[in-house]
Design a protein around this ligand. Structure first.
Ligand code: SF4
Length: 373
């Protein structure tokens, strides 16, 4: 494990980075599209990132209605809650906001408390789906097994479990463990889906493809949430390659996220407008299957907002005011602990709006690296 400025890189990825550098060179797209995701960049130190980074959502639920303490539970939406078993990952992605979270790994009683909350009378009718994320829940298979057992026992209203992981592209051997096979076994009344994050076609090494095929034995669906990253996938060609490969493997598109405004990580971000140009080209080019089209979406302080017509209602400098159809009163109903962030406001119809920070400048200039065989 590397100790350079918060770097944490699996042996698998270290070897791949080395191999790509030797085979294609340090300036090649093959090497840089992986290196940019995981290696420290001195531009990160241009601001005091330790003090300025923060969480993105403040959606923690701290206690259920009976006063039992809840840990690792977030709720922003009606039918879906987020459950974090651990904040640990196999490899740390430089731009990820989860690095700001206080580190924890849940204990068995905390898992049971959360499962009882998910299945409580207050939630039984509306809460149908759970996203188990982190961190990477596949690196704690025993806890994942405990969680799925508790949910099956205490929260049968949860019919769909989504599990977020980057393990197949970060340490694919771990996907083949017996413990994971046990945790992910088919369970009555529960449908498993795997959410993953693949950002560059280079990441789909044969070992990673095999790991995704292994996960397809357990999960009904695997879907991808790609982050739009400068120098990794901010041009049509790598995106077309990525979505073509995903189609072949059977990984569905979900979101193309605009990279979150994380202080010190500006060099990873494109402008919103660059992303709009790109998504238009991607989904209307005829280069990818009609079943491969992601939704271009921002993770704002009030939740995800997909960039449809009418979403942009104002602009001041590099800040956009985005219109959501999240109702303030619904949000408070589902999460009484929720505090409206300073960036948000309620419009005359009771819907939430939020200011969202764009990237500072258009900064193309990486295209020369997109020369792939
Ligand atoms: S693996 Fe996922 S949770 Fe972990 S650092 Fe990367 S993006 Fe964040």
């Amino acid at each position: 494990m590397s100790k350079v400025a918060g770097e944490q890189i699996s042996k698998f990825l270290k070897k791949k980075l080395n191999d790509l550098k030797n085979e294609f060179g340090e300036n090649s797209y093959e090497y840089t599209s992986l290196a940019r995701q995981y290696l420290f960049d001195k531009r990160e130190t241009e601001v005091d990132y330790k003090s300025e980074r923060r969480r993105h959502y403040e959606a923690d639920l701290t206690a259920d209605s009976s006063g039992h303490v809840l840990t690792g539970v977030e709720r922003l939406y009606r039918r879906c809650a987020v459950f974090e078993l651990t904040t640990a990952c196999k490899t740390r992605c430089r731009w990820c906001l989860r690095a700001n979270y206080n580190p924890f790994t849940l204990k068995k009683d905390e898992i049971e408390n959360a499962a009882r909350y998910f299945g409580s009378e207050a939630n039984r009718d509306e809460l149908k789906e759970l996203l188990i994320t982190g961190g990477d829940p596949l690196i704690v298979p025993d806890l994942l097994n405990d969680a799925l057992e508790c949910i099956q026992k205490y929260a049968p209203n949860i019919r769909i479990i989504r599990i977020g992981t980057r393990l197949p592209v970060q340490d694919p051997d771990m996907v083949f463990s017996d413990k994971l096979a046990h945790a992910l076994r088919r369970r009555d009344g529960m449908r498993l889906e795997i959410g993953t994050q693949i950002n560059s076609p280079v990441e789909l090494f044969p070992e990673s493809v095999a790991a995704y095929h292994k996960l397809q034995e357990y999960a009904e669906r695997i879907y991808n949430q790609q982050v739009l990253l400068k120098g990794v996938n901010d041009a049509l060609e790598p995106l077309v390659q990525l979505y073509e490969k995903m189609r072949d493997i059977g990984i569905e598109p979900h979101y193309m996220f605009h990279c979150v405004p994380l202080h010190g990580m500006e060099h990873h971000r494109t402008t919103v407008e660059e992303g709009l140009d790109l998504i238009k080209s991607l989904v209307t080019s005829g280069y990818i299957s009609g079943r491969s089209k992601p939704m271009y979406t921002a993770m704002t302080d009030i939740g995800k907002i997909t960039f449809y017509e009418g979403v942009f209602v104002d602009r001041k400098g590099d800040m956009f005011l985005l219109q959501s159809r999240y109702r303030y009163e619904d949000r408070m109903k589902w999460n009484p602990d929720w505090k409206m962030p300073e960036s948000a406001e309620v419009d005359e119809n009771g819907y939430l709006r939020v200011w969202y920070k764009d990237a500072k400048t258009h900064n193309k200039g990486w295209e020369s690296t997109y020369i792939m065989e």
